[in-house]
Design a binder for this molecule. Structure first.
Ligand code: SAH
Length: 464
């Protein structure tokens, strides 16, 4: 993997003093995971480019590892030698340590002076796409150029790869540029090759204390840099922001937005709501209850349907209900409208009289938030006690997750999901529930259908 740093500050060869690496030499540094080489490809007075080439030793990496069933082929054959990752961040810290900390023996003043700089990364995996790359660098005044590489130049029909050749340029102190790269490379790669513990918080605070508190992507940076370990994230955010600004429910909001970002490309949310509203209309309902209504997205659509005279939203989270209240502008509705809709706090795992007497119940993207051990209770609460004529349930089809390019393999779409089902698993559950409680069920795919993995969302319409 290759990182180059170019300056056009004059004399540009002062870059050698800033990096404390002589422009006329090629030097090598042994690291625990391979060799780092530093050399210069351009050394003119008007422009100077230093290169950090990291030669990873993939076999050495696997040999040192213990546990599991031994290394798989994927442990030997992977993108790690070529793609900028946390290995490169470690190499920056070890090989350009003094520059990263803003020190230079011979050019102390220049080390703390903004100069024109450009960093190029030959290959960077951007989980979250070019958009996220820009959102990470541009708020700090960098210009970003990104070129996506194809998967294989000989087979263009295979489409694009997840890798970008990236250039970021700006007028910054060298230490700032290096620390911005140090934090962002693993954030974009969304992985770390080493165990992430408490000292990772120290590294993040040291490199990010100046720019991180006000950065619009602060929470995402903290979350990914700390490998989503909630205790560490909380610690880091508290120390960055002071206790007052860290609200765990705000984190939920953040996570919901992340899930939306994953699914954004096809505006899945809209298609889902459309499908649920159609199912409600098809049931010629007068009354409907939205179980796990969240912030009221579905309720907003349902209110428009004049046929519905009685609409209730239920959620376990008072905070979500507050948002729903606000989003639906309940305080501004004329009395007659206001009487049609009600929000109540309640849990889907406890029998509740207030859930009874509705034509339709909607349970949209909720079951996967329930602990599997609570599912049987939920089934009885809805299908045995509330017992509406129609129940509409939607849940992700996890087979489709491989099609979301910014969702790492094996990860759920939302970090609060307790499970995500395949089409077969959902079908199996739905048939069992229908059979047990005397309903018929029809499964409907929502969103674009892929021949191999199906559609992103699956909906079960239960009728009795
Ligand atoms: N249906 C909404 C929200 C989905 S997110 C939409 O599609 O936008 C899941 C929601 O289920 C959250 O608002 C969460 O608070 C709620 N929830 C999770 N467990 C619950 C339970 N046991 N009882 C009631 N609501 C629950």
């Amino acid at each position: 993997m290759l990182l180059t740093i170019t300056t056009t500050h004059r004399p540009a060869t002062d870059l050698g003093y800033l990096l404390e690496k002589h422009p006329a030499k090629c030097q090598s540094f042994p690291l625990s995971f391979g060799q780092a080489h530093v050399f210069y490809s351009v050394t003119r007075e008007e422009s100077c480019t230093a290169a950090l080439l990291l030669d990873l030793d993939p076999i050495g990496l696997v040999r040192g590892r213990r546990g599991g069933d031994g290394p798989t082929l994927g442990a030997y054959v992977n993108d790690r030698p070529y793609v900028a990752s946390s290995f490169l961040s470690v190499a920056i810290a070890q090989v350009f340590g003094s520059a990263l900390n803003g020190r230079s023996r011979e050019r102390a003043e220049l080390a703390t002076t903004p100069i024109p700089l450009k960093a190029s990364l030959s290959a960077l995996r951007c989980r979250g796409g070019e958009g996220l790359l820009r959102r990470l660098f541009e708020p700090l005044g960098y210009e970003v150029a990104a070129t996506r590489s194809s998967l294989d130049e000989r087979f263009t029909e295979w489409g694009p790869s997840p890798y970008f050749a990236v250039e970021v340029s700006g007028v910054r102190c060298l230490s700032e540029l290096l620390s911005h790269l140090y934090v962002r490379i693993p954030v974009l790669d969304d992985d770390k090759h080493y165990f992430v513990g408490d000292d990772e918080v120290e590294k993040l605070l040291a490199k990010g204390e100046k720019w991180l508190p006000g950065h619009p992507q602060r929470d995402l940076i903290v979350s990914r840099f700390l490998k989503k370990q909630r205790r560490l994230m909380r610690d880091a955010l508290e120390r960055l922001m002071g206790d007052d600004d860290v609200d765990p429910e705000e984190k939920d909001e953040e996570r919901r937005r992340e899930e939306e970002a994953v699914e954004q490309k096809i505006s899945l949310n809209e298609q889902r709501l459309g499908a649920v509203v159609s199912a409600v209309k098809a049931a010629t309902a007068r009354s409907v209850i939205d179980l796990g209504c969240g912030e009221g997205n579905l309720l907003r659509e349902l209110i428009r349907d004049k046929e519905l005279t009685h609409i209730v939203g239920v959620d376990v989270s008072p905070r979500s209900l507050e948002w729903a209240h606000r989003n639906l502008h309940l305080d501004d509705l004329p009395d007659r409208q206001r009487e049609r809709i009600k929000l109540i706090q309640g849990s889907l795992s406890y029998r509740d009289e207030r859930f009874s007497g509705f034509d339709v119940a909607c349970v949209v993207e909720v079951i996967e938030h329930l602990d599997p051990a609570r599912l049987p209770a939920f089934e009885r609460v809805v299908f045995e006690f509330a017992r509406p004529r129609t129940v509409v349930v939607t849940t992700p089809n996890c087979e489709y997750n491989v099609r979301f390019e910014n969702l790492p393999a094996g990860r759920f779409r939302h970090r609060d999901h307790r499970f995500e089902w395949t089409r077969e698993e959902f079908q199996g559950w739905a048939s069992r529930v229908a059979g047990r409680f005397g309903y018929a069920v029809r499964i409907v795919p929502i969103g674009p259908e892929d021949p191999a993995v199906g559609s992103p969302t699956q909906m079960g319409v239960f009728t009795r």
